[in-house]
Design a protein around this ligand. Structure first.
Ligand SMILES: NC(=O)c1ccc[n+]([C@@H]2O[C@H](COP(=O)([O-])OP(=O)(O)OC[C@H]3O[C@@H](n4cnc5c(N)ncnc54)[C@H](O)[C@@H]3O)[C@@H](O)[C@H]2O)c1
Length: 257
């Protein structure tokens, strides 16, 4: 028996690092997985490899959300799990409140916060029809700590935290759970790009840039996408049936600083 046997799951950002690991793990544990992403080639290849479906999606498109949820219900009869993992970092090095352009601010919020909101809004009626469900919103450790250079990203991820509580509160009576996951430094495309940019700006090597950021983590190493995926699996499964509205950090102890 898989830990999410027979459950139907939509995973946004499924072509990315954390989304990919989550899609693989949920499929391995018995879920019917629908991967969505902007990145069609990678998403389709992953779906073919793990026996999932792929749907091209921009998470900021409200109408598409309705179609994707309706498609999941039409094909599989229900929707039980939504993992909102699509996200962008924006400018993390020169993104201070005083510097970030209004366009960048809006783009980061549109994808990270509005996209998550639209997903929750589209999924809740379907989960109610299914007799309950689990929404997992990927926020960040930055929701709880300020960084001068990532005003938009931090604000969007703090927004995801609050949205999660609100959705959880509304959904509780219908057994629709909603929890937020707060990764620290996870070794994906996103983090590699941040380290490359840090290296360029500080005139250090990529390896040195990695070392500088790892020094902030008490465990002294980066997390892997699969580390986050195991937490998401727990939250997606009935093992976590009494957990809702809660923030789950996974950061090698970074939050202890
Ligand atoms: N990697 C980290 O260290 C880290 C830390 C904290 C939080 N996070 C969060 O985890 C989530 C996954 O990030 P990741 O590290 O796997 O990065 P990633 O860049 O590998 O994956 C993100 C995915 O989102 C997709 N995406 C971007 N904009 C989209 C849109 N408008 N519509 C649909 N898909 C879109 C991208 O194509 C990509 O496949 C993000 O929300 C990110 O903010 C990551």
């Amino acid at each position: 028996m898989g830990r999410v046997d027979g459950k139907v799951a939509i995973i946004t950002g499924g072509a990315g690092g954390i989304g990919d690991a989550t899609a693989r793990l949920l499929a391995e544990q018995g879920a019917k997985v629908i991967i969505t992403d902007l990145n069609q080639d990678t998403g389709e290849a992953l779906a073919a490899e793990i026996g999932a479906e792929f749907v091209a999606q921009d998470v900021t498109d409200q109408n598409l959300w309705k179609d994707i949820v309706a498609g999941a219900e039409a094909k599989h009869g229900a929707l039980h799990i939504l993992v909102n993992a699509a996200g962008i970092e924006g400018d993390m090095l020169n993104g201070a409140a005083e510097n970030v352009s209004y366009d960048d601010w809006k783009r980061v919020h549109a994808i990270n916060l509005d996209g998550t909101f639209l997903g929750c809004q589209a999924a809740m009626p379907a989960m109610r029809r299914a007799g309950g469900g689990s929404i997992i919103n990927i926020s960040s450790i930055i929701a709880f700590m300020a960084s001068p250079n990532s005003a938009a990203y931090g604000s969007s991820k703090a927004g995801v935290r609050h949205l999660t509580m609100s959705v959880a509160h509304q959904g509780a009576k219908d057994k629709i759970r909603c929890n937020s996951v707060h990764p620290g430094l996870i070794d994906t495309r996103m983090l590699k790009d941040i380290h490359s940019e840090t290296a360029r700006k500080r005139n250090v090597s990529f390896e040195e840039a990695r070392e500088i950021s790892m020094a902030r983590v008490p465990m002294g190493e980066l997390g892997l996408p699969i580390d986050v995926a195991y937490l998401i699996l727990y939250l997606a499964s009935d093992e976590s049936r009494y957990a809702t509205g809660a923030p789950f950090s996974i950061d090698g102890g970074w939050n202890l600083n």
